[in-house]
Design a protein around this ligand. Sequence first.
Ligand SMILES: NC(=O)c1ccc[n+]([C@@H]2O[C@H](COP(=O)([O-])OP(=O)(O)OC[C@H]3O[C@@H](n4cnc5c(N)ncnc54)[C@H](OP(=O)(O)O)[C@@H]3O)[C@@H](O)[C@H]2O)c1
Length: 297
Amino acid sequence: MRILVTGASGWIGSTSVKELIAAGHHVLGLARSDESAAKIAELGAEVVRGSLDDLASLRGAAAQAEGVVHLGYNHDFSQMAAAAQTDRAAIDTFADVLQGTGGPLLVAGGTLGLAAGRMGNEADMPGAQSDPRTANAAYTLGLPERGIRSMVVRFAPTVHGAGGDHGFVAVLARIAREKGVSGYIGEGRNRWPAVHRLDAGKLVQLAIDKATPGSVLHAVAEEGVATRDIATALGQFLSVSVESIPADHAQAHFDWMSMFFAADAPASSARTRSLLGWEPTHGTLLEDIAAGHYPGH
Ligand SMILES: NC(=O)c1ccc[n+]([C@@H]2O[C@H](COP(=O)([O-])OP(=O)(O)OC[C@H]3O[C@@H](n4cnc5c(N)ncnc54)[C@H](OP(=O)(O)O)[C@@H]3O)[C@@H](O)[C@H]2O)c1
């Protein structure tokens, strides 16, 4: 199948492109710069120039494909509302092109905020009003009625791997290095799900090949790694002390990260594994921290 991948030059997108090509798909990777175009060509995909901010370019790119994997996203925290709006417009554009074809449209989401203090699963549907990105996921799941095989893949909040991502664990490592303390909040029993980047890419390919319309899929390999264990692994690698940070000092120690690191957000992927036959095979988050993929600079 001819598949357009947005975010093809990104952390999850690049590995997804490789898996899709290995499974026999012809991948068109959206590139907004020469640098991204070079990365995408290196992966073996056809480069299509365009930007999420230019809907005509997205329409033209999608018209050359039979399905879309939408992983591109503006992660600038200072532009969260605008980023979600751009995302919605992109999803809408892809839906217009794929309408009535039965072609796949895979949209990325996350597992954070699914279910406070208990194991979230694929059947959990946080209210669309809870935040604009969740609303985009809910919108995507309504698209089968327009003849689109739409699906949402919710990624664990940490998608780790060699080279290190720039997400939450990288931020924790930087804070630990700067403060000389690798902290966890309170007893550090709250849990944080994780998935290896290579397993996430495999899941994207399986979803494109097998998922039924309106599926919610969880890219989660480890349901919940205790935050104390994450802090301990970082402290050991960075050779700094590992300490409990009282909840009322968490904001001062972790800044904006405190809200996320305090969350107990375990998530299951049992349904996804059984639907797609997906079995994560790559290393764990703690192994990647111990291997030095999160040096904190
Ligand atoms: N990584 C995680 O831990 C995680 C967890 C939960 C959910 N997710 C979601 O999964 C998806 C993929 O994440 P990721 O970690 O692979 O992201 P990433 O590494 O930050 O990559 C983002 C991609 O989006 C592209 N992009 C950004 N703005 C664009 C624009 N205006 N026009 C065209 N392309 C644009 C980037 O292109 P350039 O190369 O040109 O910058 C890059 O390819 C995202 O939707 C993300 O929110 C990720």
